[in-house]
Design a protein around this ligand. Structure first.
Ligand code: FES
Length: 170
């Protein structure tokens, strides 16, 4: 539920479905079918304001998936040093999800928002600059991480069901 909520309330995806489904606006210079523009101040769009809380939850999921990816370097007998295609898939999936989450507009605001002067907060300015760089590629991270999650789930399913043997590198 949290990952879905995070995606659904993402500012980038909103742009697409507001135009396509909510018709707000349907296109440039085309009148809205709604009698009055209420933005995100009324239901159902009021729920979009939960985005930053979904962001916090997404970080918890990212930590769990990163932990899973690290565990994938272990043999079934517990020895470290194993690596296969599945290990790379899990690492790539976690990395893409971190890029998606850290490039989020809410993250940018949490890191550098509500400040009157960056010169008094040089560390926050440094983080904000980094997040802003990532933020410029947020649409790209949104799509590749979405496909990454789907393909990782498919890969894990195929390996777990015995359809496919995970190629081992060492
Ligand atoms: Fe897309 Fe926050 S704006 S995840």
């Amino acid at each position: 539920m949290f990952p879905l909520g995070f995606r659904l309330t993402c500012y980038y995806y909103r742009k697409a479905y507001y135009r396509s489904f909510w018709l707000s606006p349907p296109a440039c210079a085309v009148a809205e079918p709604h009698r009055r523009y209420t933005g995100e101040a009324r239901l159902p769009l009021l729920g979009q304001n939960l985005h930053r809380y979904f962001w916090y939850a997404a970080l918890v999921f990212n930590v769990i998936l990163t932990y899973d990816a690290v565990l994938a370097f272990r043999d079934p007998d517990g020895a470290w040093g194993h690596m296969g295609l599945g290990t790379l898939v899990l690492v790539a999936n976690a990395a893409l999800l971190w890029l998606y989450s850290l490039s989020c507009h809410s993250c940018r605001h949490i890191v550098g928002g509500r400040l009157n002067s960056f010169s008094r907060h040089p560390m926050r300015y440094r983080y904000w600059t980094l997040v802003s760089r990532l933020n410029a590629r947020h649409p790209l991270f949104a799509w590749i991480s979405l496909f990454g999650v789907a393909l990782t789930d498919l890969y894990v399913f195929l390996v777990a069901s015995g359809t496919f043997a995970d190629p081992r590198f060492f």
